[in-house]
Design a protein around this ligand. Sequence first.
Ligand code: PRX
Length: 659
Amino acid sequence: MSDGPALSNLSTETRHFDPPAELAENANVTAAAYDEAKADRLVFWETQARRLEWTTEWDEPLQWEPPFAKWFVGGELNASVNCVDRHVEAGNGDRVAIHWEGEPGDTRTVTYADLHREVCKAANALTELGVSQGDRVMIYLPMIPEAVVAMLACARLGAPHSVVFGGFSSDALRNRIDDTGAKVMITADGGYRRGKASALKPAVDESIEGTDVDKVLVVRRTGEEVPWTEGRDLWWHDLVDGQPETHEAQAFDSENPLFILYTSGTTAKPKGILHTTGGYLTQAAYTHHAVFDLKPETDIFWCTADIGWVTGHSYIVYGPLANGATQVMYEGTPDTPHKGRFWELVQKYRVTIMYTAPTTIRTFMKWGDDIPDGFDLSSLRLLGSVGEPINPEAWMWYREHIGHDKAPIVDTWWQTETGAIMVSPLPGVTSTKPGSAQVPLPGISVDVVDESGSPVGNGGGGYLVISEPWPAMLRGIWGDDQRYKDTYWSRFADMYFAGDGAKKDDDGDLWLLGRVDDVMNISGHRISTTEVESALVSHPKVAEAAVVGASDPTTGQAIVAFVILRGSASEAAEDDPDAGEALIQELRQHVSKEIGPIAKPRQVMLVPELPKTRSGKIMRRLLKDLAEKRELGDVTTLNDSTVMDAIGDKVAAGSSGED
Ligand code: PRX
């Protein structure tokens, strides 16, 4: 662990905002839920599980053999039927499931009946490709309705999907394909981003060479020419469109794997987080109902996340669709073709509930109040935040400029591993405080403990842990039970260690303080320092690298890399500042290519040495001080205390390549 939790950065916040009376009166969930869950946690979750349609009722709610859980043991259901068929059967086939908006402004309206037809056709197509229960299917798609259809078609067949964010590189994609052992890939020619077509298919071609993938299903989105391998590549419209519009879905065991989603850990190898069906869907649906107070007949929900992250899985696909929601799905970036695009969409579709990330909110703050002020946002009645701690200033701006002082904000803490929201205000119950995620949801047991694992009292700080199993919890790391145990269950006895620092205020409300391990949080996305370091040292001119997440006013944290060059490269950079600058840009680009543009360092500093302890461990804490331009902390454990002076001089003198 590099740093202890930054307990000192918690400012004393005294403002609080009670729920609007009308919302509280009509809230889906009231304070009684906390009491119900407290009286019997398992009975509470069984009640929530009955929100779903089960073909076979479970025998027992939970089987817990730490750290392995099974929820709703013996129960059978189909996730796709729960998200689609049952709404059509209930007479809601004409309800819009997705108002889709492409970045160029093209639109599609997908009703639940449409979604049902498309999912059935896609399930029939995948069956024709040989996909059946247990087979892994890769999905690498832009934000188009086919992404939702593809996920639900896999779920319908009991074949776990593994969605990879379209911004990841071909190398990152290949690692994930290898790890899952998938044979089928669903992708597109490309998607639209920042006003132009951005290709996906070439990265797929690069990534699958030498893997087990032998079928590639390609959605035509941009119409650009793509490389094609006959016999392996198939157009979605050729294979899917002609399929029968019905598909008899089979029910699967509650613990049938639903998806594998990769996330960064503290090593260079991402972890395949495994989620299963019954428990995951129960908590995704319940939390969406409780935290967003969704009224499926009248609300228009919009989660701005990409489908490649867990937020997209749980709050675009499984939670909202299980609840029969109508939602907005947007393909592009918030600034294309203009910086008011999000607000234009809120106005156009009369969005009532919006769920986005602090980094996005801070970006809008930077762009200026007049942009959202120019649109009619009066339809918004509830706002959500996720992905990183939200600073009180951004929270207040969100409340005033987007929520017009009436829409409550729910700051939701959770992780890829937790599957669904764990800590959040309830909008009809909680008096919200700017910057606090506040309380565990009913049925969820979260605590803050000290180094020895003892709970801290109010006013104390330490590590966030989850002390009881929860329905949507990860069931393991794909293919690596040992890593699952080591990462989450070895730090504290019988408690899940989340990797986050947290504090309880005097009222017992929770304040999240960021990661306490070597994981950075860049614009709400997790990237490990080691992952970026190993990408850097894979460059032939790099001898050694150390990476830190330095605080950044917009992205929360930004990647700052300290690099020692190999002999001749070092001399060349030393002799010629232009060559040094060119190399810095080359290294930034190299990381972008190896991992993806989200991992591109904000700065690369060429340094002669790195600060190390006597045992050779890099002291990232000191590099972080330097990157954040702070006075250096304790240097007494350094092997050679003059090193920091040498690095400091170099950093002060040189360029770091920041855009
Ligand atoms: O550090 C916490 C931060 O994001 C991490 C989880 O990242 P990921 O698995 O990518 O999932 C992001 C979306 C659920 C956490 O360990 N985090 C997430 N939400 C919050 C947060 N930190 C503070 N406040 C939040 N609301």
